[in-house]
Design a protein around this ligand. Sequence first.
Ligand code: SAJ
Length: 436
Amino acid sequence: MSFPRRKLIVIGLGYVGLPTAVVFASKGFSVVGVDVDVGKVEAVNSGRCYIREPGLDVLLRDVVSRGLLRATTDVVEAVRESDAVIVAVPTPVRDGVTDLSYLRAALEGVRRGLHRGLLVVIESTVPPSTTAGFARSLLEESGYRVEEDFFLAYVPERIAPGRAVEELLNVPRVVGGVGLKSTEKAVELYSKVNPKLLPTDATTAEFVKLIENTYRDLNIAFANLLALLAEKLRIDVYEAIKLANTHPRVNIHWPGAGVGGPCLTKDPYMLISIDSGFWGSELIRLARRINEYMPRHTVEIIVRALRDAGIDIKGAKVAVLGAAYKGGVDDTRESPAKYIVKELLEKGARVTVFDLYTSETFDAERASSIEEAVRDTDVIVIVTDHPEFKNLDLDAIAKLVKHRIIVDGRRVIEPYQAVKHGFTYYGIGYGRAFKL
Ligand code: SAJ
């Protein structure tokens, strides 16, 4: 039995680390969560869940009350008493360069508490070779040897915000050790929470993580390119993609007001950092450029929609529905809404933001209900595909607005429905209502 004490440390109690700590605790591990943020540590210890994840709050309260999960800021002490450590700290990318300083700080703490038999797992997204290179040498400065005295593996996280608990338990996990013994140990640890494990080596596992998100980013960029072309052709790109996707070997993603979140916006840059001078990497850079352009394009459509109705953007009242980077979550990291709202404010519009999941407004006014958001508004802009927006009462809304104009950045509303209620419908990739 490799984990005799069933004691696990999770370093970094964010969107990945907190659900991970809770899920392992719910399977009987005695888990210590470590974070530099005292606020998070206090929240966990008082059983309070600070991220919105279905089912997580109940589970957290339960494991804390049963003494299976506690949090601390002292990593060294925690590591000395544990069988395994999972590191899930942020690794931000700035100007194409990955900042490994949080990972370094976490691993330095682990090194000071390192002992024989310890398994160290990195879950943070990193450039390939980081585990077998940077992390290994840093930990071996302790005098202990990997594969002989301790074990080291890379296990990419695969949870999408909003589905953390479910995905931790059910989505297959890639498990890559720096050697066979490390892979075996890591497989043993994760088998306690997830039966679908895919063993490989650490560098392959790091690479796999980056290609998953880059594949998605490229696919969405292709969809966004098609949207821009469809607008020129004055056809509906959603109808075209739906039809193309009936082909058994075609699976095009969906265009939209932009690609946000902490993963797709940075992982492609980490992938090309393997050989940034290589001309072939332009494929990935260009995809990023298309996706980064989409919020600007959304603003262009808003300005045009208003102009078509004889309204100047300066002084116009704009109701923005959605601040989160995707539907059903409260997460606003790298949200396209940020650029859109700031640009509208810059242009002199009076902007009100309504989001049922988050109170973030990016300096615009905040509405606490849909009615408040749309009252006397000149244009309604849908930025996030929250499920609730799919059932908007267009009849009621039509009576409240000043002008019946919708700019739909996510195809949340069917154009014919909007038109039926007297709205002029504009949307990403919807070329029928306007001319470029
Ligand atoms: N989006 C589109 N069109 C689409 C799909 C998404 O414009 O067809 C936009 C969304 O609105 C959002 C952005 O892309 O702004 C990213 O959303 P997402 O759902 O694609 O991805 P994330 O960042 O929430 O989660 C991804 C997931 N990766 C993949 O699906 C390959 C998740 O499994 C990872 O764990 C996560 O990244 C991560 O942490 O790496």
